[in-house]
Design a protein around this ligand. Structure first.
Ligand code: ZN
Ligand code: FE
Ligand code: FE
Length: 277
């Protein structure tokens, strides 16, 4: 059993997101906590969050994944930029406490010439300043394509980062299929081996969310260009195998494909129908 859904717009608030995903036939979703390009969050609408939380119970929604602005770079070289990232992410996390038990997904960031070691240290510092033991949201680091100086293209790097988090039970991983493929992991012909490697290096108990995207690039291209399912180099058969893999059972599987509502509804139905467990 999997949960399936797509990334949707948060412009109209939480209750509207619940209605939107119901319309698409999904039972989980992802959304940006604020404009993906950064900027201020909207005023906190607690009644809307409460209505959503009640609705989530009725709809039996799986956990949902809020996504941090992707322009935030937790391992930026400039201290003022890292401080801005800490403030923004802390604010996101305090707002998410109104819908407890969900996920906050972030990109590990780019070390921009400072080297991986420094990048990992700076990122761990950001994580340790934003994660509080009493919070009800788990922070997820996303597996990345490894383009440029991006951290998180290798499972080993993610493990090193997680090892430095002081509250490990509040930190996990979101695996993005396009990103791992672009980083070189063969999830088409060697899916079992990739999950075995993930388990050996990170531990499958840390895997909390799957981003389900096909890739416009060849394996190892390090480009991070998402495609609709079946329109890239991964292909529908591989996604059919993915949703039946034991490692993925019970997890939210979220589409970030370039699509319209009809396209997402079809892909959500495809994922749900393909999962026979
Ligand atoms: Zn992401
Ligand atoms: Fe993703
Ligand atoms: Fe991506």
């Amino acid at each position: 059993m999997i949960y399936a859904g797509s990334h949707i717009s948060s412009a109209k608030g939480y209750e509207a997101m619940g209605k939107q995903i119901r319309k698409l036939g999904g039972d989980t979703f992802a959304f940006f906590t604020r404009s993906p390009r950064g900027g201020r969050a909207k005023a906190l609408n607690v009644p809307d969050m409460k209505r959503f939380f009640a609705m989530a119970g009725e709809m039996e929604l799986g956990p949902v994944a809020a996504h941090a602005s992707y322009t935030l770079n937790p391992c930026a070289a400039r201290e003022d930029l890292r401080d801005f990232t800490k403030e923004t992410m802390s604010d996101d996390l305090s707002r998410l406490e109104h819908i407890p038990g969900n996920y906050y997904n972030l990109h590990p960031g780019c070390h921009v010439g400072q080297g991986k070691e420094t990048g990992i240290r700076l990122l761990a510092d950001v994580l340790n300043s934003i994660i509080r033991p009493e919070q009800h949201t788990t922070v997820l680091l996303e597996t990345m394509a490894g383009k440029g100086s991006e951290l998180g293209g290798r499972f080993e790097e993610l493990r090193e980062i997680l090892d430095r988090v002081h509250v490990p039970e509040k930190a996990g991983i979101c695996l993005d299929t396009c990103h791992v493929w672009d980083a070189g992991y063969d999830i088409v012909d060697r899916l079992d081996e990739v999950f075995a490697e993930f388990d050996r290096i990170i531990g499958l108990d840390r895997l909390k969310v799957i981003h389900v995207n096909d890739s416009k690039g060849e394996r190892g291209c390090r480009k991070d260009r998402h495609a609709r399912l079946g329109e890239g180099h991964i292909g529908r058969e591989a996604f059919g195998r993915l949703v039946n893999h034991p490692a993925v059972q019970g997890l939210p599987c979220i589409l970030e494909t370039p699509n319209d509502d009809a396209g997402w509804a079809e892909e959500i139905a495809f994922l749900k129908m393909s999962c026979r467990i």
